[in-house]
Design a protein around this ligand. Sequence first.
Ligand SMILES: [Zn+2]
Length: 455
Amino acid sequence: MNNKKTLIKAGTIITQDEKQNIFQHTDLLITGDQITAIGKNITVDDAEVIDASEMIVMPGLIDTHRHVWESVLRGAAANFSLIEYLQQVLGTLAPAFRAEDVYTANLLGALEALENGITTVMDWSHIMNSPAHADAAINGLKDAGIRAVFGYGTPGTSVWEWFYESPRPHPLDIERILKEHFNSTDQLVTPALAIRGPEYSLFDVAKQDIELARKYELPISMHAGCGTFADKYKAVQQLAIANLLGPDMNFAHCNLLISDDFKLLADNGCSVSVTPEVEMQMGLGFPATGKAIAAGIAPALGVDVVTGVGGDLFTQMRVALQTERSLVNQQSLDAGEMPQTTSLTAADALSWATSNGAKALKLDKKTGSLIPGKQADLILLRTDLLNITPVFGNPVNALVSQCSSANIDSVFVAGKALKRAGKLLHPDLQALRSAAKRTSTYVYEKALIAGIHSG
Ligand SMILES: [Zn+2]
């Protein structure tokens, strides 16, 4: 057993615990994979000591919805609507992926997430073109060292067959995958089923897919409320009528769901993942942050696709927060009045990206806050950079409104340092960069889609 000790000294500790405690000039001790103490002047003989007197110590960020395999297609969908994205990225590029491309993409995408302070990612993996693709996706996540929920999805071989009112049930390779990759519950990567749900498959298929997940006690994630699909398929109401909603379900986007839908999700303990920037770009509707909160649901955040947007959650926190504020402000403006206050707070946004994310992924016993006994998933942010100098009052306000990934000095997952002094510790990033370029070139050439770069 690993009992290595790391003592982080004199930091500003943002715990994200139930009371939202913030401790100044306080130490945090990591022993093995756990946080074992938080307090003043902790002394340990045999620990590596990190001076955090100019740092914020906080839980690692949690991305609850990302298609990690798209990392090698970075920027490809920067100007795409959902319809264009479905046709070009899923319809044209995804079929070209070989298993080794998925490995490179997932390793790159997971390391990028770590670089950005994301210690847990839900990988919604709809690139399961063969069993070898599934193995490659899982191995990419594992080799990166990130905590991940691997959402086993459908093949990317034909978006038309798999995502347009698809009559095809979820592949059954999940049984083999569980045996070969997930025979222990005590590992950083855990399984889930990433199903299409009633907006992308026939309802009977969605029902069958949900039953498949429940047979293996897997968490379920699906997209819902995406633009006009919300009203067309009424996914949540249909699932409720069929008595299929449950606390094992996560719904991504939810933009155009109605308040009755959110009430159903709340009553059934479902979680909601908001990916604000992609949703606004691709025409899914305004982010559902406020509607989820109004129904009593604690929203979580996601990047969704780096084909469209950047891979960091600082941006998503700010986009979600300011969009929701703007929607509320507009109500006053429409009534001919100046808004007198702002809705929501920076602390709310930080919860979306940390503790709420852990709850949404059912990982809150392990991660999402800094409490002794939990896994040591945490990040250190430099406060000596000019973008956060000086900090008066609550450091969360400055953190959420000002910080970027440039502030991230260190990243720990389960007590293991994966980034230190601003640099990822992965042994061969140069080789990874070369592999990513080769993969990207191969996929674009194979897909023969001239002009997609400038699309
Ligand atoms: Zn998605």
